[in-house]
Design a protein around this ligand. Sequence first.
Ligand code: PHE
Length: 446
Amino acid sequence: MAQVRGRFASRLGFLMAAAGSAVGLGNVWGFPSQTANNGGGAFVVMYLVLAFLLAWPALMAELVIGRHGQANIVSSMSLGRGLTKRFGALAGWAGMLTASLILAFYAIVAGWLLGYTAAPVSEALGMSSAASWLTTFDFTRNVTLTAVFLGLTMAIVVGGVRGGIEKWSTRLMPVLLVLLVGLIGYVLTLPGADEGLRVYLTPQWDRIFDADLMLSAMGQAFFSLSLGVGAMLIYGSYLGPEQNLPRLGVLVTLIDVGIAFLAGLLVIPAMYAARHLGVEIFDAEGLLKSSDTLLFDTLPALFAQMGGAGDVLMVAFFALMSVAGITSSISMLEVPVSFVVERGWLGRRAATLAVGAAVMAVSLTIAANFGALFGLVIMLTTQYSQPLVALVMCLLVGWALSRHALLKEIQSGAPDIESSLFWKIWPWYVRLVCPLCIALVFAHSL
Ligand code: PHE
């Protein structure tokens, strides 16, 4: 099966795409709200530690499998032989299914974000009823916006690795950064913001080893680095042998963590600025309101009280979230699309359409049974499948690849790696430490 596979045109292109996959709603929304609910700065510190101690080594495992396999998730994970190989392939299927299911709910949320981005614009154009339709929870509106978001995702993925994913990630990531930094600059001047800053940056040291906090921080780190669904694997498979994987992995982790940190500088002060204006941000138990309430009620309430500047702010804020969402969703869609194409079942265009339609059907089902399915699908995919598949990936790299084969893979593009600290520690990490820690998260979620 001599397929002509796509390949990233440049190191920068890969970095933008991989960082684009990593930076998503998990960073710009999940991280700040989890931080606020878990003792502020203590969570930040633990998250940083775990991101580098655990998530980065696991990311490396995923990139190694992908570049080694030079193929879709199922073929790349068919490592070793016999039962191991079958088991790897099975886990590959599980990862692919998880990517598709995550995309199905992610697209619903991202659809809302598009709605909130467009609402102030329609309002300004005098279309008030359109604006309220865009921001009111309703089946038709939910599925319409989901379809729009999935359509955009498909339009990018159809273009392939260079003409779609790389091109758009390279364009959109700078936009994201500019929006983020601009918004932080503005929000920090608002009254009340300084209190949010204090909450965010002052670690409550006594809480730092809190078991719940550690487990949330670890889960957050895994979700945020897009692990366990093949998104990083497939991007790794589009890298040539000349690329230095350990370095790329560090950079992706740094960008991901850096943007999560910046998002905290925006969202938490913004919440306290809203509170300053009299918007209630805590629930009856004194915890922050659930993150969707904060996102879709509290912050719009803040913007609404700010007049014209508030409208601009609202558009910028939700555009930021939408951009973060789409650079992630394209990596999810690429996982099943690359599989269908490489199996020779369909060409890229037809594969994108078919997989996109299947995902839309799942989104429709979720939207039609929202109360029962939305939370359930999120829980099953992010708390169960993701850590499990990530665990299998670490085990495959640690045990199914010989140390020699592993060194060869890591060394291509990084000739001096054999004498490095990374090489002394990392193989043990993926063999033992990562699997054990992931098992711990998993056991906890049971
Ligand atoms: N990392 C993305 C985020 O933080 C989510 C994601 C998960 C993306 C799995 C791709 C695959 O929002």
